[in-house]
Design a protein. Structure first.
Lengths: 248, 267
């Protein structure tokens, strides 16, 4: 066991390669209870691979993974479900764990898709299915949530609501969350720790630290860096009704 | 009118249908129909070995089929051939080797037709015992691995990530497939066992909205096929296996009519 009882997963210099080609390499990070760790990075930088290493889906890895929980909820980035399976939302909710009806209803209500409970999974739209995926992952009240672009395909207002929900879940369940997101605003507002990947860890730390990092700027451009810092800035002033800006 | 052999055949057939129903659903869901075929073909080798070594047929078939499944898994890992080519290779070579071995066994009179297509007369009290002990064992095991097996059928990575150990479930399922082939070979024959697995489950897919209901309809369809098939076979003196499969085909066609109706209702 680790000395720190709050640690759920710990990666030490973890890496994974297929046919000699590294997908990601030398990643060290840890996810603790009640904390949100976000992975950012360009396409092909190894974000999903890192998530799969943490989940134990990839077994022949370099480095080490220490996992201290088996109560895991996972929303994969890509999921190919054979639509010829007769599978309703309700059947999908109990896929990996038997749940009471109340737990299923609660989770589906939280993500706003309770009305789809008896629908066939194949009849859902992309955004609806994404909400069901998220509901399934949170319904089992996991210790560790791994969310790989959980709001892809969800409409704009829904996206904000779901990110707020994710933040709320992390507080209420006191679970650790590994989040992969493209939305830098979200990264800024909800995350405790950011890991910026580009085949390896390019930089990591608090969102503000990462935004100031030169490697991050090189990777995402000055614009992205300003997005993050500007967002941060918005916390130290308020807008009054008269339209004035007031410092805290 | 109902002779002893017929009662035995009925009891045996019903016992098999209880097991092929749920297994058949997984065969369809996991797209394993050709895999089932391969195991069944290899069963001939098992039967001939049983005769040669004066060994129990069901046990011998079970061992050979499991062995072929293991070889398949190894070949998949070690060669670059596509899965269906490997299945074809194993299916036909094991069938051929089985037939060649039969050629050497001149001292035994073989009922090849019975072996290929099933034979009611061949069902003995011992066979019943094997079916009604082996069958419930297979079902019980399937129930135990249901969660990981079904979850990994829907999505392997979800099952693996959430700690269900899908690889173990898959390995056990393969053994269960060898098991059902072993206990049903005498009744349905090795060329038609896959039909018994697939057709009632396919019929059930047409009329089900959830996995559970598909399993139930698949079992009911199998039971009905056995009853219909065996009575036809008694009436017209046809072999048991083809009669059962033909009956299940009949039910499948009926289920298509039901689909047509529900499509009309939707419109």
């Amino acid at each position: 066991m680790s000395l720190n009882q709050n640690i759920l997963v710990k990666l030490k210099q973890a890496g994974f390669r297929i046919n000699g080609k590294w997908l990601v390499k030398g990643v060290s990070l840890q996810i603790e209870k009640g904390k949100i760790v976000t992975l950012i990075g360009p396409n092909g930088s190894g974000k999903s691979t890192t998530a799969k290493i943490a989940l134990g889906i990839y077994k022949k890895i370099d480095g080490e993974v220490e996992k201290y929980t088996n109560k895991v909820g996972y929303v994969p980035q890509k999921i190919s479900i054979d639509w010829t399976l007769p599978l309703r939302v309700n059947d999908f909710m109990v896929l990996t764990e038997n749940l009471k009806d109340e737990a299923i209803n609660e989770a589906l209500s939280l993500t706003g898709v309770i009305h789809l409970k008896d629908k066939n999974l194949g009849d859902l739209s992309g955004g609806e299915f994404q909400r069901v995926l998220l509901a399934r992952a949170i319904s089992k009240k996991p210790d560790l949530l791994v969310l790989d672009e959980p709001v892809q395909g969800v409409d704009f207002t829904g996206e904000i609501a779901l990110y707020e929900l994710i933040k709320k879940i992390s507080d209420e369940l006191n679970c650790g969350i590994l989040l992969i997101s493209h939305d830098l605003h979200t990264v800024m507002s909800a995350t405790d720790h950011v890991v910026c990947l580009n085949g390896h860890v390019c930089c990591s730390g608090s969102p503000l630290d990462v935004a100031k990092n030169n490697e991050y700027k090189a990777l995402f451009g000055e614009q992205a860096s300003q997005t993050l810092t500007r967002y941060k800035h918005s916390h130290d002033h308020i807008h009054t009704n008269e339209g004035e800006i007031k410092k805290n | 009118m109902l002779d002893d052999f017929f009662i035995r055949a009925l009891v045996a057939g019903l016992g098999i249908a209880f097991v092929t129903g749920p297994l058949g659903c997984f065969v369809i869901w996991r797209r394993l129909s050709y895999f089932g075929d391969t195991l069944a073909h290899s069963a001939l080798l098992g039967v001939t070995l049983a005769y040669t070594l004066e060994f129990n047929i069901a046990l011998s078939v079970f061992i050979i089929s499991s062995l072929i499944a293991l070889i398949l898994i190894q070949l998949q890992k070690r060669t670059n051939l596509p899965g269906d080519a490997l299945l074809g290779l194993l299916a036909h070579s094991s069938l051929a080797v089985g037939l060649v071995v039969i050629g050497f066994l001149t001292f035994i009179r073989f009922d090849i037709m019975g072996l290929l297509f099933g034979d009611i007369l061949a069902v003995t009290a011992d066979d019943l015992l094997i079916i009604w002990i082996g069958g419930p064992l297979i079902l019980l095991t399937l129930k135990l691995i249901w969660k990981p097996l079904f979850a990994s059928t829907v999505n392997y990575e979800l099952a693996e990530a959430e700690g269900l150990n899908p690889d173990r479930a898959k390995a056990i399922f393969t053994i269960l497939m060898a098991g059902i082939i072993a206990i049903s070979i005498k009744m349905v024959g090795l060329l038609l066992i896959t039909g018994m697995l697939i057709i009632p489950a396919a019929m059930a897919r047409n009329i089900s909205a959830s996995p559970q209901s598909m399993v139930i309809y698949s079992v009911l369809g199998g039971l009905l096929s056995v009853i219909l098939g065996l009575f036809t076979s008694l009436q017209f003196n046809t072999s048991s296996g083809p009669s059962i499969i033909a009956a299940s085909l009949f039910l499948f066609i009926l289920s298509l009519v039901k689909i047509k109706q529900s499509i009309k209702l939707k419109n």
